[in-house]
Ligand binder design. Structure first.
Ligand code: 5GP
Length: 191
């Protein structure tokens, strides 16, 4: 997606540990017009796939999911990064290793918000090693939902998450794939 790539080139900052900072428009301050165009692009790609819910993980995924859901006309449900354990059996849980914080955390999602009749589109801001996505897919598996697709804003193509998900057969669309980045340059995969 040209618009997103241009924004990354203009305002993205490469930080130590292969972290791309895009807090001017995606992770802290939000460019709602850009998010709307991202949602529209996901609708162009997945709009005919019978999606009944948009699924994401808090916090950065929520805005993207909401703007995407406007185009699909379906609800958003997001996994919570909860500290509590599953004590009453009313929630699905999974463990995710955080790329940016370097530690494990639990995610939870109330069982009542996903049913086997659902076909979900999972969206997130970044795809790196694929751990966050694995957690969401684990929840989908527990709920018995169909995963209709995965929509990512920025995939870091030099990390293995994207290749693994494609090899596993998921319909994965990444709107910008960064193949290389360092302090002085950043290149995108031609799609
Ligand atoms: P993964 O689980 O695929 O290794 O990492 C994806 C998650 O980590 C995303 O939900 C995102 O919040 C965070 N993340 C991974 N890499 C980056 C990055 O380069 N920049 C930012 N801002 N977040 C990242």
């Amino acid at each position: 997606m040209k618009l997103l790539e241009e924004r990354i080139l203009r305002e993205g900052q490469v930080r130590p540990g292969n972290v791309l900072k895009v807090d001017c428009f995606l992770n802290h301050q939000l460019d709602v017009e850009l998010l709307d165009q991202i949602g529209q692009e996901f609708y162009r790609i997945f709009g005919q796939d019978g999606i009944t819910k948009i699924l994401t993980i808090e916090a950065s995924g929520i805005a993207i999911a909401c703007m995407t859901a406007r185009h699909f006309g379906v609800p958003v449900v997001f996994a919570k990064k909860a500290k509590s354990k599953n004590i009453d059996g009313e929630v699905y849980t999974s463990v995710v290793h955080s790329y940016t914080y370097g530690k494990d955390y639990n995610i939870t999602l109330a069982k009542k918000f996903l049913s086997p009749r659902d076909k979900v589109l999972i969206v997130d801001d970044f795809l790196a090693n694929g751990k966050a996505m694995r957690g969401l897919l684990d929840v989908c598996n527990q709920a018995g939902v169909t995963v209709g697709g995965i929509g990512i804003c920025i995939e870091k193509g030099f990390q293995p998450g994207g290749a693994e998900l494609r090899a596993a057969g998921y319909k994965l669309a990444s709107l910008a794939i960064v193949d290389h980045m360092d302090d002085t340059s950043l290149t995108f995969r031609q799609q």
